[in-house]
Write a protein that binds this ligand. Structure first.
Ligand SMILES: C[S@@+](CC[C@H](N)C(=O)[O-])C[C@H]1O[C@@H](n2cnc3c(N)ncnc32)[C@H](O)[C@@H]1O
Length: 426
């Protein structure tokens, strides 16, 4: 491990770089009131995240082993403070540019004044709100102001703190009841927590406000450059299949977001979006008219085999396999086999998990997603080796040809080919 001084020097060098930019462009230094680092250009954003990672390492070393572990153990207390703020919409009870007394917050929210004071002060430990020391009134910080003004940010906080977090308390109970290889989506921690035998998505279908929140949260989480679909273009040689007559089948393609984007960036390929009937009928009616000759929506349950009459140039799946345990992921892959031919590609567009421990704050996201997938549907994020394993165990003719994560992208493409090998096919 480097010395504390050399770690601090590296932090200093990064901080200076950011300060230099802020000073040169007359942007204020960041404060808890104004997150000015959001205004850094793309090329300096990486420096900002590197600074946060370095500071986090130094913080953990200086807190020491016991305190760092206890910080993690106590993190539920921060979460519960934020949950109270979320549930009682406390951010909306404080004027954006003024202050509110605890009595006013209590009157506006319906939460007892004493509880408002205690839980808001708990949240203040994470710089969600601050208090005017003279008047003892509450004022916004950048974080609480975001909660009051950005609905998808509010939804993202809500889904974690009010849905997934509490449900995760049932994860171990699920393993004890259904076994450690529990893989039924309707026996998940979310299902147990909500006392239902429904899957999370079926359950959401009967809860319009929670379904809306889920959609808002997903929009927030997929904002930003690292999620930009241009990375999908850089992950695969689309020109290699962009010829007259070529078809790409978008398995579980939802409203066709991926197909629409690809249709606008390829010339000839036709996109066939497969999904369940209720999704298809809605998606069809929302398809922009200029894409009607390039995109077709077809009802197809991916737990039934492809007909195999025509072999598409490629199948693509985004956010499909990570929703399913290996048992089901294998069935989905098995059902493509009748349509696979030499030259057909299967493009799995997913978060591909690192096969090593990751401590940096950005890279840990994949492991956090993995915990979420376990909680909501007994599913998982997978490493490249795990993708290879489920493909090979489904059918040895599947061959992983590349795993590509373009620079700056969160998502990767696992590019899979099909080997028509006489010996294997008999
Ligand atoms: C997480 S969404 C991903 C949607 C789309 N691939 C995207 O990336 O925008 C999962 C999709 O799988 C679809 N789905 C779930 N079960 C299915 C099944 N048995 N057959 C076909 N589609 C299914 C859902 O309706 C939903 O559109």
């Amino acid at each position: 491990m480097p010395s504390l001084t050399s770690m601090a020097e590296s932090i200093l060098a990064r901080a200076k770089k950011l300060d230099n930019y802020l000073e040169a462009t007359n942007i204020a230094y960041p404060s808890f009131d104004d997150d000015t680092l959001d205004r850094l250009p793309d090329e300096l954003q990486d420096e900002r995240w590197a600074l946060a990672n370095d500071v986090n390492e130094l913080k953990q070393l200086s807190r020491g082993a016991a305190h760092t572990t206890l910080d993690c153990a106590f993190s539920w207390t921060d979460a519960v403070g934020l949950r109270v703020v979320y549930r009682y919409k406390l951010a909306n009870t404080v004027p954006l540019d003024g202050t509110a007394s605890y009595a006013e917050i209590a009157a506006a929210s319906g939460l007892k004044e004493d509880l408002c004071r205690r839980f808001i002060r708990l949240a203040m430990g994470s710089h969600v709100f601050t208090e005017d020391l003279e008047t003892r009134c509450v004022r916004h910080t950048a974080s609480s102001r975001l909660l009051a003004t950005d609905q998808s940010f509010y939804d993202a906080v809500g889904i974690e703190i009010d849905e997934f977090g509490p449900a995760s308390s049932k994860l171990i109970d699920v393993w004890e009841k259904h076994g450690q290889d529990a893989n039924e989506p309707n026996h998940s921690a979310v299902s147990m927590f909500n006392e239902t035998e429904k899957t999370f998505f079926d359950f959401l279908a009967s809860q319009p406000e929670r379904a809306r929140r889920f959609g808002g949260a997903m929009r927030h989480f997929t904002k930003g450059d690292s999620w930009d679909l241009r990375h999908l273009l850089a992950s695969f040689d689309w020109k290699s299949i962009d010829r007259p007559g070529a078809q790409v089948v978008d398995i579980g393609g939802g409203n066709g977001q991926i197909s629409q984007y690809l249709a606008r960036h390829t010339k000839h390929v036709r996109y066939i979006v497969h999904d369940l009937s209720h999704v298809v009928s809605q998606a069809r009616s929302q398809l922009p008219s200029d894409l009607k000759d390039r995109i077709e929506f077809v009802e197809h349950d991916f737990f039934t085999p492809q007909t195999g009459e025509t072999a598409p140039a490629a199948f693509i799946m985004r956010y499909i396999l990570h929703n399913w345990a290996d048992k089901y992921a294998t069935r989905i892959l098995q059902n493509l086999v009748p349509a696979m031919r030499k030259g057909t590609k299967l493009l799995i567009y997913e978060y591909v998990l690192e096969d090593r421990p990751v401590t940096d704050l950005t890279g840990r996201f994949g492991f956090q997603m993995d915990a979420i997938m376990a909680t909501i549907c007994n599913a998982k994020e997978r490493t490249a080796a795990e993708y290879e394993h489920i493909l090979k165990s489904t059918d040895p003719r599947y061959v992983v040809e590349a795993v590509c994560r373009p620079e700056g992208s969160t998502m990767s493409i696992v590019e899979v080919g099909w080997e028509e090998n006489e010996q294997l096919s008999h």
